[in-house]
Design a protein. Structure first.
Length: 222
């Protein structure tokens, strides 16, 4: 599968960490001699801004686009800490949760409730971490939770009215959609609820921020 990824930061990450995947760079800006040296050995095509806007679908490409060879991962369900994202569709939130999960050492990220992941957007919004984080797309979350139960995971949901800390040898943290949170059917299968304690009467954390806090709490106990 050939994907077109755009944006200076993510393209730089691709060149540093996944250079072997880059098939061609598409550049719509002038490069300094130092920047050109970093691109040696990679096919480079200079394009006009109109073409760059078309290829990026009017996204903020910053003059950098890359065509990369990509195969969707198919990891096994395993590890001590799994994060499950249920019906989270905002690519900004998905990208932020991937970056947090990868940085904090989550073993597996499972995306549920969607048929297919938009990999180009996913890799871009995750600043490239989507290429390194083990990711599994599993449509039916109830079936997934049954499998995790059989594998002896403690099922922990991120929601209101729960505990501040949880402990377990194998933990699966489930985060619900931006608007609706966790469904009633999912909640019935959970062992624990983990919450972010608010110090003020203000409840407006989006799922990426709340999820980051809960992931850190499970990983680092704080």
């Amino acid at each position: 599968m050939l994907l077109t990824i755009y944006g200076k930061r993510v393209v730089q990450y691709l060149l540093e960490e996944h250079r072997e995947k880059v098939r061609e760079l598409l550049i719509s800006k002038q490069l300094s001699p130092g920047e050109k040296r970093k691109l040696r050995g990679i096919p480079v095509k200079f394009i006009d801004n109109r073409t760059a806007q078309k290829l990026s679908r009017n996204g903020n490409h910053q003059g950098y686009l890359a065509k990369i060879e990509f195969t969707p991962p198919t990891p096994e369900i395993g590890g001590n800490f799994i994060v499950v994202l249920d019906r989270i569709t905002d690519m900004g939130n998905l990208g932020a949760l991937v970056r947090t999960s990868y940085a904090l050492g989550v073993d597996l990220l499972v995306v549920t409730g969607i048929r297919e992941l938009k990999w180009e957007s996913f890799i871009r919004t995750s600043a490239g971490a989507g290429l390194d984080m083990p990711i599994l797309v599993y449509h039916n979350i109830l079936e997934l939770l049954n499998i995790l139960k059989q594998k002896k995971y403690l099922l922990v949901g991120g929601d209101k009215g729960g505990e501040e800390r949880v402990e377990g040898e194998k933990i699966a943290l489930i985060l619900g959609s931006e608007g609706e949170g966790l469904s009633g059917k999912v909640k019935k299968k959970l062992d624990k609820i983990l919450s972010v304690e608010m110090k003020r009467n203000f409840d407006s954390l989006n799922v990426a921020v709340a999820g980051g806090i809960l992931i850190n709490r499970i990983v680092n106990g704080c």
